[in-house]
Ligand binder design. Structure first.
Ligand code: G1P
Length: 292
């Protein structure tokens, strides 16, 4: 069986939810404490055994390429000042090669994935979306790859969400359940409120067989007038079975403002260097605002 060694990270979205911050800066570069969100995603891929990543970018995304490149001036400066810890933090991740391709028109997630088809060829591959950061003992993507290795079928990561949230996600209608793994009856992208077939939501982690490109190739337009990855997975499930895996771990939604702020606070509290002080600051602030 082929091993999953390649991953696609779509990063071509406009990031309108974070305007004006994202007017001249990619949303993927917004930091959670001291690291851009996309770096958390790249690190998860590396920890899951991925060796080649292709980032699908668009206009105004050059900062992502610069971020994952070496910066000789900065490194030289840090070296001369003996700031080795910082030097280590700024270096390009050694265990992975990062490639780039541009999505020339914003036609949707399915189209962004399709743009990377020549890079993927016939190999099974992973897709990681940047709107969710997952903290888990076994990296989220690794959990899916383990399931792929056992079933030899495409696997998508899901978690349960509240009924009031199902219209924000791709939703899986399960068929049979095997512990945390589900066979799928069908999938719906962002069902209207009150019509979702379950509360199992797709969480931006996928392991897919290259057969998916046959369905993405058709460029069918779905929810929101976009070419949807979920619709192509629906077709793939009809022809060769796809599984949904309810992965273990804490998911942080960094794709919208409130989730982003919550994640920042929680990651700051967890931080070894500043966590203790952040806690005191929050306690002081709560006292101040509770008095008002
Ligand atoms: C995308 C997918 C959706 C998935 C979601 C997870 O939607 O189309 O199926 O549930 O990511 O974050 P988006 O949020 O990009 O509109």
């Amino acid at each position: 069986m082929q091993k999953v060694k390649k991953a696609i990270i779509p990063a071509a979205g406009l990031g309108t939810r974070f305007l004006p911050a994202t007017k001249a800066m990619p949303k993927e570069m917004l930091p959670i404490v001291d690291k851009p969100t996309i770096q958390y995603i790249v690190e998860e891929a590396i920890e899951s055994g991925i060796e080649d990543i292709i980032i699908v970018t668009g206009k105004g995304k050059r900062a992502i390429e610069d971020h994952f490149d070496n910066n000789f001036e900065l490194e030289d400066n840090l070296m001369k000042k003996g700031k080795f810890e910082l030097l280590e933090k700024t270096k390009h991740p050694a265990k992975v090669d990062i490639h780039y391709i541009r999505q020339k028109e914003p036609l949707g997630l399915g189209h962004a994935v399709w743009c990377a088809r020549k890079f993927i060829g016939n190999d099974p591959f992973a897709v990681l979306l940047g709107d969710d950061i997952v903290q888990a003992d076994t990296p989220c993507l690794k959990q899916l790859i383990d399931q792929f290795d056992q079933t030899d079928k495409s696997v998508i990561g899901v978690q349960q969400v509240g009924e009031d949230e199902t219209d924000r996600y791709g939703i899986v209608a399960p068929q049979e359940r095997f512990d945390r793994l589900y066979s799928i009856d069908h999938l719906v992208e962002k069902p209207k409120k009150g019509t979702a077939p379950s509360n199992l939501a797709i969480m931006g982690r996928y392991v897919l067989s290259a057969e998916i490109f046959e369905y993405l190739e058709k460029h069918d337009v779905g929810s929101g007038g976009e070419i949807q990855l979920t619709d192509a997975i629906q077709r793939l499930n009809e022809s060769s079975k796809v599984y949904a895996y309810d992965f273990q771990g804490n998911r942080f939604d960094v794709g919208e403002t409130l989730g982003f702020v919550k994640t920042t606070i929680e990651f700051a509290l967890q931080n070894e260097e500043i966590g203790h002080d952040v806690r005191e600051i929050i306690e002081d602030l709560l006292e101040k605002y509770n008095q008002q």
